[in-house]
Design a protein around this ligand. Structure first.
Ligand code: PLP
Length: 358
């Protein structure tokens, strides 16, 4: 069997040392020493400031929206369902604009067209799909021209840089997921990188019931704190991330080299690195997709038709500015096995199976 995903297993010897420290501290949650150490180490590792750790990547989106005061968003339809649910949950108005046909990321031209047609959304929500950075320059310009907020769902983009700059430093806020299935994890967990320090401070209150530094309730809040055990798992896993990212990138390159003349691959941002978070391919049509899925299943090679359907087909009551590219991509996209325990030999076996069925 070749698994689609296989979570990073934290080193138990190292973990034990952290867990004993937690007992010594007698401090299990509420911005404890492990939490603070992980925050500092992640800020350093990722090259960011104003990182707030939270309990998952969905609350990260909710808290980012609440902190920035979003009321209506224009979103990508090609993402995990949480990208949109997070905003619908707090009664934001949601509309969809199409993705770029080559990169599969929200298309700046489609966003501009939506505003020309009267879109009133105060915030653009875009996902760096599969870790591939959006056209952040175009969204920066749009946000300045039209006074819009930008939130990036960067759940797939751990360790991604454009040139020397972390992709997390674009937009008003970028959110991360540290779910067990992600490149880096704390079992469950997440983070928000805010451009403005003041928003970071506000969000820190919001994730602790809205209580402001012990002086009473300043905002409507919720409880979205990352606990000390989760932080300990993060500290242990972070030690492995150089190796993990290097290995995943090597697998990703091997896949892309082996499949580039066989199937469609999303075009990658020319100045960005790769983290091998996912291995998406796009088949020509649903028949070809079905054939490849059958062939892989027969060999016990796990795979996932992901993301599908296009989110505007789930949230049919939300306004849609036309999303033909998202339909086309979601109809034929397939994610192949990709994780830190996968070998280059297994990648070759998967490549051969795909090749002989298209
Ligand atoms: C995983 C994921 C999320 C949700 O993160 P959780 O930590 O599972 O809540 C949100 N958006 C995208 C794009 C994701 O892949």
């Amino acid at each position: 069997m070749i698994a689609l995903n296989s979570p990073l297993k934290p080193n138990l010897k190292k973990l034990q040392v952290y867990l004993e420290k937690i007992n010594d501290n007698g401090w299990y949650t509420n911005f404890g020493p492990m939490h603070n150490e992980l925050t500092l180490r992640l800020e350093d590792y990722l090259g960011v400031k104003n990182l707030l750790l939270v309990n998952n990547g969905t609350t990260a989106l909710q808290v980012a929206g609440k902190t920035l005061g979003t009321e209506s968003i224009l979103s990508t339809p090609f993402s995990f369902v949480a990208t949109v649910c997070a905003f619908k949950w707090q009664k934001d108005e949601v509309a969809f604009a199409d993705i770029d046909r080559q990169s599969y990321n929200l298309c700046p031209e489609a966003v501009k067209a939506a505003y020309r047609k009267g879109c009133k959304a105060d915030t653009i929500v875009a996902t760096h799909v599969y870790g591939n950075p959006c056209d952040v320059g175009a969204f920066d310009n749009l946000s300045e021209d039209k006074n819009l907020k930008v939130i990036y769902d960067a759940a797939h983009a751990f360790g991604i840089k454009i040139g020397n700059e972390s992709v997390l430093n674009y937009g008003d806020a970028s959110t991360l997921s540290f779910h067990a299935t992600k490149v880096f994890h704390t079992l469950e967990g997440g983070g928000i990188v805010f451009k403005e320090k003041a928003n970071f401070e506000k969000a820190k209150d919001i994730i602790n019931f809205g209580i402001h530094a012990g002086q009473g309730v300043a905002n409507v809040g919720l409880n979205a704190k990352l606990n000390e055990y989760q932080a300990a798992v993060g500290l242990v896993n972070l030690d492995e991330m150089d190796n993990v990212l290097e290995h995943r990138a090597a697998l990703f390159h091997a896949y892309r080299e082996g499949l580039k003349d066989v199937v469609e691959l999303p075009t990658w941002h020319p100045e960005a690195n790769q983290n091998g978070a996912y291995m998406p391919i796009k088949l020509e049509n649903p028949d070809q997709l079905e054939k490849v899925i059958c062939a892989l299943n027969k060999e016990n090679i796990q795979n996932r038709h992901f993301f599908s359907p296009s989110l505007d087909q789930i949230f049919v009551d939300n306004f849609n500015y036309g999303t033909p590219n998202s339909y086309q991509v979601s109809e034929g996209v397939l994610c192949l096995p990709m994780h830190a325990h996968l070998t280059l030999e297994q990648v070759s076996a998967v490549i051969n199976k795909v090749k002989s069925n298209v």
